[in-house]
Design a protein around this ligand. Structure first.
Ligand SMILES: [Zn+2]
Length: 296
């Protein structure tokens, strides 16, 4: 039985990657993975909570390269709501998690969005997103006002001008970002040591991030929403309810499993329960996951 992941850190040479919780969701596992079927979760029951729901971590990764502090995704924001038939969501802790590291928003110089779903953009401005899609009120300032904000260009174009409940809120997210947004170049570094990898499928311009450090061979892959649960490491054809292109999301998942199942690559699954850090193990019959064992 697992719950949402706590604040946690991995060190690669002189670079640190810290998971900063914002909140959590508890989802109906069959509703959000329709192809898992009624029996599909029997083999993955350890990833469910005491009520049989899938606990989903929601938060950000802080990458500190020594030169730059990069925040990957901005959580749900200060909201709590339930979606009938899907599950319940709660956010609001991101700035407290950041303060727990002795940092304030002004200490972050770069924000990168893996994609623009509502659970990744919640702290964009000081207007809380509206979970019901209603008006969010007048937009005020960006939370990370001193930071560059980057996203893939195809992702920005996909959502710009839309008002979908699961997308970026027009007033709380799109309007304040419209003035400042920059486009990450796929395959190129966002800052030295943090490479933007195009990993489409979940959304059209989805990015994962590959973190390297000059002092070590180790590297760390921030998955974004290529996977939402450790169960997808072996159940590679389970696509998430909100994958925009399910077939492409499976292709992307398999490609990452092939490319990053080596000893030197740590993997960070921001929605994983229990601990967000681990590794892909070389497959026996199926691809396998091993949680990172370390003291913070
Ligand atoms: Zn997500």
């Amino acid at each position: 039985m697992l719950d949402a992941a706590p604040r946690d850190r991995i060190t690669l040479g002189t670079t640190t990657v810290t998971y900063l919780p914002d909140g959590e969701a508890h989802l109906d596992p069959v509703a959000v993975f329709p192809s898992s079927g009624p029996d599909g979760w029997a083999a993955h029951a350890p990833y469910l909570d005491a009520d049989g729901l899938l606990p989903v971590s929601v938060g950000s990764f802080l990458i500190d390269t020594g030169t730059h502090r990069v925040l990957v995704d901005l959580g749900l924001g200060a909201v709590a709501f339930e979606v009938p038939g899907i599950g319940r969501f709660r956010g609001g802790a991101l700035l407290d998690s950041l303060a727990g590291e002795g940092l304030r928003p002004g200490d972050v110089d770069t924000v990168v969005f893996t994609h623009l779903h509502h659970d990744h953009v919640g702290w964009t401005s000081d207007v809380a997103p509206s979970p019901t899609g209603g008006p969010a009120g007048p937009a005020r300032g960006l939370t990370f006002a001193d930071a560059r904000h980057l996203v893939d260009q195809a992702e920005w174009r996909h959502w710009r001008g839309t008002a979908e409940v699961i997308g970026p809120d027009p007033l709380a997210v799109q309007e304040p970002l419209g003035e400042v947004i920059e486009f990450a170049r796929p395959g190129e570094p966002v800052v030295p040591g943090v490479l933007a990898l195009p990993t489409p499928g979940h959304t059209p311009g989805h990015l994962s991030l590959l973190v390297t450090d000059p002092a070590t061979d180790l590297r760390l892959l921030v998955l974004g929403d290529v996977m939402h649960t450790q169960a997808q490491v072996s159940e590679t054809d389970w696509s998430f309810l909100f994958d925009v292109d399910a077939e492409q999301s499976t292709k992307t998942r398999l490609a990452l499993l092939e490319d990053y199942q080596d000893e030197r690559t740590l993997v960070a699954g921001g929605h994983f329960a229990g601990t967000v850090f681990g590794r892909f193990l070389p497959p026996r019959r199926l691809h396998r996951w091993a949680a990172a064992v370390h003291a913070r």
